[in-house]
Ligand binder design. Structure first.
Ligand code: PEP
Ligand code: MN
Length: 289
């Protein structure tokens, strides 16, 4: 007998769609994530300087982004890489919000930093390396801020959903699932973008799905194609790295788009966005067929 997805993911009942609960819409300032509008979150990997952040914020806003990303606390694989500006980075993000009206998403790495980051950010990002840090998940849940949960780079869909369930169980209904690529035997790309994972999550879960084509590939020239695939696979938004001068970025420059590349990517999404179903959560096929 064919196993149902409900049985397969029965350990995480609260993330699954039910008759009554088809789609969670996460409110952030005047933005609704998981609703009719496709939401672009864009900005540098790391906050570096006021000038870098402000220029990027104004630019991405002018092309339709609603949320500014930028790391102030950076989880770097090497202890000798730039670790982020910390509090100064958070202050710059808040200044960018004041100046542009964009909402802010930024990573929190440690449960001790949750109150501080929650004071400045509109959305707390839990990074791939922290997906299974349960005390951090609990603290983030209790912060009262929506949580952008990134999939662990070696996490199965079931494990990803378990981490989301921890946040829901701790009383925070506003979780967004972020597919950012997983480790496979392939080394040409930084990670392997799991488009099927997005399609599956869209079918089984009511939580908004955000695709990160930047970390998923590691190469800026591949980012726009993955962004288009993400739209068609059913994601509710994008998290994409943009930098005024990617070759001089302090982190993840290889995968960051410059402003012109960001503009071209956004323009190339339009025909695909036009195919999105208007009713949140409706399968794409209903819109085209
Ligand atoms: C990031 O968004 O810059 C980041 C560190 O992402 P991830 O946790 O997916 O590696
Ligand atoms: Mn990055």
């Amino acid at each position: 007998m064919r196993e149902t997805w409900q049985d397969r993911f029965a350990a995480t009942p609260d993330v699954l769609k039910t008759g009554q609960r088809q789609q969670t819409v996460v409110p952030v300032l005047d933005i609704e994530i998981g609703g009719d509008e496709f939401i672009t979150m864009a900005g540098p990997c790391s906050v570096e300087t006021g000038q870098q952040l402000m220029a990027t914020a104004h630019h991405v806003r002018s092309r339709g982004a609603r949320i500014l990303r930028g790391g102030a606390f950076k989880p770097r694989s090497s202890p000798y890489s730039f670790q982020g500006l910390g509090l100064e980075g958070l202050r710059l993000l808040a200044a960018a919000r004041r100046e542009t009206g964009l909402a802010i998403v930024t990573e929190v790495m440690s449960e001790c930093d949750v109150p501080l980051v929650a004071e400045y950010a509109d959305i707390l990002q839990i990074g791939s390396r922290s997906m299974e840090n349960y005390s951090l998940l609990e603290a983030a849940a209790h912060s009262g801020r929506p949580v952008l949960l990134k999939r662990g780079m070696t996490a199965t869909i079931a494990e990803f959903l378990q981490s989301a369930q921890v946040i829901l169980d701790n009383g925070n209904p506003y979780v967004m699932l972020c597919e950012r690529g997983i480790r496979t035997f392939e080394t040409a790309m930084r990670n392997m973008f799991d488009a099927a994972g997005i399609a599956l999550l869209k079918q089984i879960s009511h939580l908004p799905i955000i695709a990160d084509p930047s970390h998923a590939t590691g190469h800026r020239e591949l980012v726009p194609a993955l962004a288009r695939i993400a739209v068609v696979a059913g994601s509710d938004g994008l998290l994409v790295e943009v930098h005024p001068d990617p070759d001089r970025a302090w982190s993840d420059g290889e995968q960051s788009l410059n402003f012109a590349e960001f503009d071209a990517m956004m323009a190339s999404l339009d025909p695909y966005l036009a195919l999105r179903p208007v009713a949140a959560g409706a399968p794409l096929m209903e819109a085209v067929g």
